[in-house]
Design a protein around this ligand. Structure first.
Ligand SMILES: [Zn+2]
Length: 428
């Protein structure tokens, strides 16, 4: 095990990150051996796929099939419960099949020629302490040692889960390092279990380790001064927000369904008035959107709220946290995005990166639970980030109605609220 990373004062979190325990420091990290997906090492120059354009028109995908080993079981939707009177129980929505399709559409879909593949790796326990408390990591290590544990509603650490979580964290760190080392401007961490609900000291919403948060801290440790996170998963990225709530080095922006708090593991409301504290005041921007906002509503929110905030903040690097559970068909969301909407959001993100952060974007996978449509929406998102002129893939099922007029009124109200309460955005 490598040297210990002592949490720095800059990483101010509302929950205390206290002295590291011996266990978290020295416990070896056990990950089931599995074949590497690519011969390219994460630190080697990107092996561009044949015919792939260079630089910013190329995207490096980081993946490791060991992440498929996490199995959250079956039950009534995500509850893990069997009432005894159903013949067929649901596979937990956060299952390996959804990600198998994401991998296969990127390998065999029309976008494949723009991608290169790189092998992920497990995180060391010591690396996790840049975002999480030692006590929490020890709790996860102990839970793994005992076999299986429900950490909170819908969140199950089963045999195989901890190894997958370490791979998700390490793979995201490798993708970030790839950008920081100058090998590629755009990298995508195709990871599960997801991470954006995981807070410094507890699990939440299918998440154990905050993959994006760890990557942000790696960027700051490597000398970047300002990183912006834009999260379009349909749920509030409360864990990431919590980790950076007191700092002005990281601007966290989350567009989400208005779901509010959902119990002790998720006390944050995701409302527009949770704007950070202390030095971080104004640097957490929540954009809770009405159900049914759809493609036009999201585009309006991006252009009216996200673009001006990023322009003011001037980040060195963008972290684009993607979840396809904001799609029209997701069992966990009601936002009605289609492939066109995801493609447009991807284009807007790319435009902001080109203008403000030297084209650098780390994309991190979160939710998205419709087993086929999530893969299509991911494909469209990456088409947008690559700024491809014409869609490569038609939408097979889009038809849901949108309620963008209501969303536009809500976005206008939020903009006014930011102008009044967020000092660095008073003249957007
Ligand atoms: Zn989600």
């Amino acid at each position: 095990m490598g040297s210990f990373i002592v949490p720095k004062a800059r990483r101010t979190t509302r929950s205390k990150t206290s002295a590291n325990t011996k266990a978290a420091q020295e416990k070896p990290v056990a990950v089931a051996a599995s074949p590497m997906e690519s011969s390219a090492s994460p630190s080697s120059p990107p092996a561009a796929a044949e015919g792939a354009p260079a630089t910013g028109d190329h995207l490096a995908v980081f993946w490791h099939e060991g992440m498929l080993a996490h199995d959250a079981g079956r039950g009534v939707f995500d509850s893990g419960r069997d009432p005894g009177f159903l013949d067929v129980l649901d596979q937990h929505p956060e299952n390996a099949d959804r990600v198998r399709n994401m991998v296969s559409i990127l390998r065999r879909g029309p976008i494949s020629r723009f991608l290169s593949w790189h092998s992920g790796r497990p995180a060391h326990a010591s690396e996790l302490l840049s975002f999480h408390s030692a006590e929490y990591i020890e709790e996860l290590v102990q839970a793994n040692a005992t076999g299986a544990k429900k950490l909170c509603e819908g969140t199950f650490l089963n045999p195989g889960s901890w190894g997958a979580a370490l791979l998700a964290a390490g793979t995201t760190l490798s993708a970030m390092k790839h950008i920081l080392d100058g090998h590629s401007k755009i990298a995508y961490a195709l990871v599960r279990p997801p991470g954006h609900h995981a807070q410094p000291d507890h699990a939440d919403g299918y998440c154990f380790l905050n993959n994006a948060g760890l990557a942000v801290n790696l960027a700051l440790d490597s000398g970047l001064k300002k990183v912006a996170v834009v999260d379009i998963d349909v749920h509030y990225g409360n864990g990431t927000a919590e980790g950076f709530y007191n700092t002005d080095s990281v601007l966290t922006i989350s567009l989400h369904m208005k779901h509010g708090s959902w119990g002790p593991s998720h006390p944050q409301s995701g409302s527009v008035d949770e704007i950070g504290e202390g030095r971080g005041l104004g640097y957490n921007l929540n954009i809770p959107l009405p159900n049914g906002s759809g493609d036009a509503g999201y585009e309006y929110a991006m252009n009216e709220l996200v673009v001006p905030a990023i322009k003011k903040f001037q980040p060195d690097l963008l972290v684009f946290v993607v979840g396809q559970d904001s799609s029209a068909f997701d069992p966990n969301g009601r936002q009605c995005l289609t492939m066109d909407g995801y493609r447009k959001i991807g284009q807007i993100m790319r435009g902001m990166a080109d203008e403000h952060s030297n084209g650098q974007i780390l994309i991190v996978q979160e939710g998205g639970y419709h087993i086929s449509y999530s893969a299509y929406c991911l494909h469209a998102t990456l088409e947008g980030v690559l700024n491809l002129q014409a869609p490569l893939l038609d939408d097979p099922i889009a038809y849901y109605p949108e309620d963008e007029k209501y969303t536009m009124k809500v976005v206008d109200a939020m903009k006014k609220c930011w102008q009044e309460s967020v000092p660095f955005l008073k003249d957007i």
